[in-house]
Write a protein that binds this ligand. Structure first.
Ligand SMILES: *Cc1c(COP(=O)(O)O)cnc(C)c1O
Length: 355
């Protein structure tokens, strides 16, 4: 039976990425050796790293003056690396979920943090609006897609300072006006590659302004030249390059955004139409295209387990909601085909028709 992979992360990757990665594990770039067992400083992998950094810039139409790094440590390591480098006195943060809270906690160790707004009052099921970002902060930090709660900031906000954004779970899902950001970062394991690599897109001229003594690995400048100060996450970077090549073939981020909108609409329409289900994010404009969260309608609440088992039997995988939200979460990352979203919608329809 075909499996439909709705996992939130690590998550679905294009078949192109998986096949090419598997090939490179067996024979990397015609060397007769596995990518797992050759030097990261050999010319074959140096070429991979260079192409990956360049393609990242091409796909997001990155203006001059920014550099792309592939580091270890996950997005969570960036929660403190960012304030080490960029927080001189005060930064503003938007609290839209657990990942934002974790970023705030680390930033507070290093400076003043102004949490300008929070949606904690209702389990983060909306994106706060109508707040003011002070003009005297070093940056404004946002989490563009809140993987656990299914909310997303789908536009590049207009604020008086440049932004720093955790785009772990929506990178490359839409075009981004990079000039509004000092830094964009994320774990690669949601929309790009297997776990192990972290991408950081940083504006070079904001670096070197910290009065702190920065440990070498924490200072972004260490990695600017070739993103190879230490051994980079070789295999995930290789996979990330494959995903970016695949994405370019699909027509790039503007083209994939159209598909992402169609996929999300298909599923949200069914959630809104089907009397057995309801979405957890009520504001239409805050609904994530990447992670669609829904629960049983109150009068069918006792059928949650039954639907889960029904859907699992139909090949749906990874649809259980995060434990803090409950219900279901279907992650529709770039690599998720429309046919799998349709299969889930058909499953929901069929389940309702049996009741
Ligand atoms: C998964 C996730 C993280 C955590 O990433 P790690 O690489 O595991 O540290 C951070 N932010 C968001 C938005 C995420 O979805």
């Amino acid at each position: 039976m075909k499996k439909h992979n709705f996992s939130a992360g690590p998550s679905i990757l294009p078949e192109y990425t998986i096949k090419n990665t598997a090939d490179a594990v067996l024979n990397f770039a015609g060397t007769g050796l596995s990518i797992l067992e050759v030097s990261h400083r050999g010319k074959e992998f140096v070429a991979v790293m260079e192409e990956a950094r360049q393609l990242f810039k091409d796909l997001l139409d990155v203006p001059a003056g920014y550099e792309v790094l592939f580091l270890g440590g996950g997005a969570s390591t960036q929660f403190f690396t960012i304030p080490f480098n960029l927080l001189h006195k005060k930064a503003a943060y938007l609290e839209t979920g657990v990942w934002a809270k974790k970023a705030i906690k680390e930033a507070k160790l290093l400076g003043d943090v102004d949490v300008v707004a929070s949606s904690a009052d209702t389990t983060f099921n909306y994106i706060p609006k109508g707040y003011t970002v002070p003009e005297d902060v070093d940056y404004f930090h946002i989490t563009t897609n809140n993987t656990i709660y299914g909310t997303e900031i789908l536009t590049d906000l207009d604020v008086p300072v440049r932004m720093v954004a955790d785009m772990s779970s929506d990178i490359f899902s839409r075009p981004v006006d990079v000039s509004k950001y000092d830094l964009i970062y994320g774990g690669a394991q949601k929309n790009l590659a297997p776990s192990g690599a972290t991408f950081v897109l940083v504006k070079e001229d904001v670096l070197g302004k910290s009065e702190r003594v920065l440990p070498t690995m924490v200072d972004y400048r260490t990695h600017l030249k070739d993103s190879m100060f230490n051994t980079p996450p070789v295999l995930p970077v290789y996979s990330a390059l494959q995903t970016m090549k695949w994405l370019k073939e699909q027509g790039g981020v503007a083209a994939i955004e159209k598909v992402n909108i169609e996929k999300a609409n298909l599923l949200y329409n069914e959630i809104d139409r089907n009397k057995m289900f309801q979405g957890t994010v009520l504001n239409q404009e805050d609904r994530s295209r990447m992670n669609v969260c829904f629960v049983m309608a109150p009068e069918y609440a006792e059928l949650e387990k039954e639907f889960f088992e029904f859907a699992t039997a139909k090949g749906m995988s990874g649809i259980k909601g995060h434990r803090s939200v409950g219900g279901f979460r279907a992650s529709l990352y770039n690599a998720m085909p429309m046919t799998s979203v349709q299969a889930l919608v058909d499953t929901m329809k069929e389940f309702a028709s049996t009741k």
